[in-house]
Structure formats: structure tokens, C-alpha cells
Write a protein that binds this ligand. Sequence first.
Ligand code: ADP
Length: 651
Amino acid sequence: MPLVQFPQALAPHQIESIAKRLFWLLPAVLALVFVAMMALWAEFNDAQSRKVYQETLLADALSVEAQLTARQDMEKVRLKDVASRLPLGAKDPVASLALMPEVVAGLDRLWNRLVWLDDNNQVIARAERKAPISANSSDELRIQSTGQADHYVAPLQDTQGFNRGKLLARFDITDLLRSTDLVWLNRRYEVNFVSELGQVIATTASAARPPLGTGYEKPLAGFKDTTLRLTPFDAPESWRQHPKTLALLGGLLLLGMAASALTRHEMRLVARANAQTQTEIAWRQAMEDSAFVGLRARDADGRILYVNKTLCDMVGYSRAELVGLMPPLPFWPPDAVDDLMARNLKTLAGYTPTTGFETRWRHRDGHLVDVMIFESRLVNARGTHIGWMGSIIDISERKRLEERDRQHGETLAQHARLNDMGLLASELSHELNQPLTTILSYSAGLNMSLKQLPGVDPDDLVAINEIVRHAGKAGEIVNWIRRQASRSEPVRKQCDLNAIITDVLQLRKRHIQQAHAKLVTDLSLHGADVIADRIGIEQVISNLVRNAADAVNGQSGRGIIGIATKVLGGSEGGKKSIEVAVRDNGPGLQGRTIDMLCTTFYSTKSDGMGLGLGICRTIVESHGGNLFAEEALGGGAQFRFTLPLVTPSAP
Ligand code: ADP
């Protein structure tokens, strides 16, 4: 009984060839074929025996016929001999005939009467046998009917060759048969001589020894109306009449059938066990393949012996590709091969943390997979340590979530810092506003006082004017920051972009000079008016120029900073916009995108805050424009931003 009843769907569907399914029939079929061949062979033997038997019968009949014919021929010759010796002119022919020794011998042997006829068929003399002839060796031949007689005739001729009559010897056929040696025949056959009327003349038939076979009849040549019938005592036996042979073949057939029945029984048991095993394998395979955990068995040298489907899916290699591999494995990231090799050696040496260890594999398609590996000892049925069984869990998703949480935390921290900075900026702008206003009013007062004094150096007046201008600008920026921080509505007015750029370049003059950069402007655009928050746009341009100056500062060649404005679009009824481009010949963006550069606190500078570009993009986009960053033609970086153009017809 199986320990577990497996679902039918998991039971393997066995498709076997008919030959395999009927294999159990083989012993019975072989036995049947063997018995059939034996029977055929015996039948063939029987046919051969019957043929030989018939041939022997025929030959024996012919022998009898030949023997009797020879005997007759001999008697005829002897009669002729008597005829040639007969004294034709004898005075007492009767005495002469009776005294002839050949005649006496012939009468003793076979003849029962000898008649001498002259040429007119008148009897001259005759001699007769007195006593019946004695039986010879064929005495088993019993005479059934007598009277069947025959005769031989020999012509008589004188010395001149004239016909002088004839000599006629009469004899009983039964005497001929009795006096012929047929003993050899008696042993094998019941011998019958039959007359034309079907009457048995002579026979060896005996009730004690009945014949078996079918009789064979042959008319005897030279015998008047006599037929020889031979009936054998022993007919050839068919194999079918041998009970032992039949029992042997039947037993063989039974043995074959018994062997088949046994084989069938065994085959059923094996098939059932096989199906059970296959079902268990399919069941186990299904469980392993549907497992969330990747499984890997290795031998003591680290050679992979087995992997389940989950592990194959994890690394993108098939089972056939992985089984048999030794470290380094194809899914180890190239830059971590040394570490993983060292870790592998530690594992094989038995140092495996029970809590598992984290590592990173590389899927065949190149993406990295974070995995947690738990190694345990693999022991065989005798308890011998033969390798390692690894359970591998894909923790990439967990890692991704952790990373997302970490980034989310960082973003929150950034926002908190930004918030703090916003508060600080608001506080500072509030604190700075008072001293800046004081500087501005004292400078203005000083300027007016100096103008009324005679002999004042005009350069002093210029300097005081600059103080007033810069203090005014600082005041505007501080107010702008306060407005930004307090989220009050931005103040947007129509303003000339060229004028804004000129002002900014004036303010950034020292910065550009410190960077030893050459300024190239292309502000040929006239009437480039935009509706904008002037201070905000000034901050954008100022930041882009400062970054360009920082980029070219300290490099070997002469730094160049270019600023250009141009009108875009409007050709097909679309809205026109103004584009401002700030270009430098510094190191360039080196593959970094605008999104990366605008990330809050992203900075490559030792004193940078990483806020500038992000604020610039916010200001530009709040005006309905876009900020772009790209590699400049001929090297360096180019930052561009657009603003909607105020057309002359616009209110
Ligand atoms: P900060 O200037 O404080 O670093 P920004 O947001 O203005 O912050 O700039 C972010 C980063 O963008 C800079 O640190 C610098 O790496 C890069 N960057 C900005 N402008 C350029 C430029 N013209 N050429 C090369 N890199 C630049």
C-alpha cells in the first residue's frame, strides 16, 4: 500500500508498446511454437516412415513375384531338359518315361502328372506322382483350396528338327506355393494368394497373430488369375499414438503457459510499483518545482548534482546546463567571483552559518538577484556526509523595498532639511532686511551730502552709487526670499530679458574674472519682453552663469562662457518663446541628465549645496517654460531654458 494516495492527475500516463505489454505471453508463445515445430517434425517423420513402409511392401511383393517367376522358369527349363532326353523311338514309352531320373525328380518336386503326346495330340505315355509332396520350410502356408492347377509344355523334336509331339507337365499351384521358400515373408506379413474369384488359395493367417496394416495386393505375372496379398503385422506408428510423446508436448505447453501466467503476474506487480514510483517522482518534482525556495544539491567537491526549477528560473540557466558544473558558476557576477569562491571554500570546509548568508547572483539576462543561502549537510542512507544541500531564497524584492524605504527616508530628511533651510532663509531675510535698509538709507544720505560738498572726488561718488545699487539688489533678493518662504503670490511684470541678463552679468563680473573666463554674449534680440518674476529669472541666470564659471575655473585652457538669447517657434501659429542658453567649455555633463543634476542636494563641489539647479527648474517651470541640460558642441555643458514671449499685440 502506498503511504500517500497521490492525485490521479499526477499519476504518469503510461504509453507502452503493444510488444512490451504482451511480453508476458512470450513463454507461452515460445512453448507453443516449440510444440508445433515438434509436431510438424514428427508428422514429417511419420510421412517418411509411411513412405518407406509402402516402398518396402512394394519391394517385398515384387520379390515374391520374382521368386515365383524364377521358380517357374526353372521348372520350364527342367521340363525342356526332360523333353530333350526323351527316347522318341522307344518301344515301351511308358516305362521309358517312368524310369527317367529327371521325371522321377520332377514328380517328387512339383509335377503331379507328366503326359507325352505325339504330333497328333494322342497320348503316348504318362507318369503320375503317387504320394503328395512333402511340406518344406514355408509350412506355415496353409492351403485353403486345392484344384488350382497349371501346366508347362515343352515341344518334342527329333534330331532333324521335326515336330514329334510335346511333353506336358501338370502341377498344382498350391504345390508350387508350398514348395517355394517364403519363410522370410511370413515373419513380416500375413501372406495370402487369392484367386480371380476372390477365393483364398493359400494363407499364413493365424488368429494368434492378427495383421495390423492395410493389405497390399499385386496380381502375379505368370500365374493364371492369382493375386498376392501382403498384410503387414506391424504398421508404422504415428507419433500421435504415443501417449508419452503427447504428454511430454502437452506438459511443455502447460509449462510455457504457467511461465506466462507467472510473468504476467510479476509484470503487473512491477508495473504497479513502477507507476507508484513515477507518481511519487512526479509528485515530488511538482512540489519542488512549485516551491518558493530554490534547491541545489552539491557533492563534497562542490559539483552541482541537482537543481530545482525555481533555482533555474532564478538564474536563467536550464537544469541541463547547471548539473555537473563546478565553481566558479556562470551566474556569479564577474566582480564578485573571488569573494564567492572564498565563501564556497568555507562552505565546503563546513563553515556554514545556520542563519544563512546573503549574496548576489547575476541572472543570465544580466540583472542582479539578491539571494539568501542556507547550506546544510547532505548525508546518505548510511549517514555518510556526501555533499551539501542549499536552500536559496530570492530576496531581491525585499531588498528593493528596503532600498525604497531608505530613499523615502532620505527624501523625508531632505524635505525636513529644506523646510529648516526655508525657515532659516526666512529668518535671515527678516534679520538682513533691517541692516540692508539702514545701509541703503545711509549711503543715499551720504551720496546727497557729498554731492553738495565742493571738491569731492567723483570716484567716491561712483563708489557710493555702487554701494547703493548693490545694497538695493541685496534688499530685493532678501525680499524675494521672504516672499518665496512666506508663499505669497509672485510678482510678475513685463520685463526685458536682455536687460535682466546684462544686470546679472554685471553682478557676476567678479566671479567670471576669478575663473579667468572670457564672456561671449549674443543678446542681439530686441524687444525680448517676457512676463516674469524678475528677481526669480535673475536668480536662474545668475546660478547658470555661476555654475559655468565654476566649471571652467582652474582648467588648463582659457575658459569661455557664452550667453545667447533667441526666439523659438511661432511659425505655424504656435506660441513663441524666448530661449536663453548658457554655455561653457568645461568638463561637460559626463552623461548626467537634467533630472539627476536637479536632484535636491546633488553636488560635485566641495562647497556646493546642490540646490541651485533644482530651484532654477522650479522657477522656470512656474513661468510655463522648461530647463534643459546637454553637452555643448565642441565640449563643455550647455543649459537652456525657455520662457513664453510677450508678443507686441499682446495686452
Ligand atoms: P551646486 O552648484 O551647489 O553644486 P547646483 O544644483 O547648481 O548645485 O549644481 C549641481 C551640480 O551640477 C553641480 O555640483 C555640478 O556637478 C553640476 N553642474 C552644474 N552646472 C554645470 C556645468 N556648467 N558644467 C558641469 N557641471 C555642472
